[in-house]
Write a protein that binds this ligand. Sequence first.
Ligand code: MEV
Length: 301
Amino acid sequence: MSGFGRGKVILLGEHAVVYGVPALAAGLERGVTATATPAAETELACAPWGTSDGLDADTDLGRALRAVIEAHPDAPLPPVRVEADVALPAGAGLGCSAALGVAVLRALDELAGRAASDAEIAERSMIWERVFHGNPSGLDNTMAAHGGVACFRRGEPLERLDVRAPLRLVIGDSGESSSTRAMVEQVARQRERDAARFDKSLDAIGTLVSNARLALEAGDAHALGQLMDLNQHLLAAWMLSTTALEDMIGAARAAGAKGAKVTGSGGGGCMIALVESEEVGAKVVDAIEALGFAAFQTEAG
Ligand code: MEV
């Protein structure tokens, strides 16, 4: 019995989405596959990490597993072993923990003979995300359940977007792991220090997101890329960029990307670059690899 949860990239609007601004995101083909089988004791084993966490484990994985098992609609569940194959880097801004939570829930549901909609899985996986991220907007787990290209606003149903053509993206990984919880808290401290200034940035990001949505729907990669670049300036002003991310972003733009920015929580993790063709994508991948970072091309939508 197996279930899948997708990774995601945020095209525009990360962090601002925590405060109610819409964000644009795209599901990745890569994600987490989980398999559930009856067992003597409940545990979650994750490959390739080599971890194994039971219900009593004093770890985020143990706490998250306990939370979703206790809240399962068919609880109490008989003991179950869940094996997860994680094909995403952790702490890299690609929604790894949310993809894992969604995969675990789907595997548990399949074993219990339960058919849940994507929306139900998205809602039930919020409890998992809270264990990892404290005050998550719900974007990561919603995208992990639904995939596609979408506009997400906290507390509202996901709005799928019709994109003219699939988006071609290059994802560059700084190799620096970062904690979403810590980065969300860092941004919250900036808001406490100067609420008026912070709200101006939120308004600006909201405007960029609504224009980017129009560009996406019109298939205007040039405009979308420019809006991503502008969002990057505001993310950098919130101190979410790093030298490694800036280097990759600069190299991507110089190699022909339409736009490039941090994706996800920042402070490390990944950047994305929008490219118009596979050929340009290959040049961008080469430019990032030449700096010593890992990069790959993907299509979304
Ligand atoms: C993390 O992938 C996205 C953030 O906006 C946090 C959240 O939405 O919960 C940084």
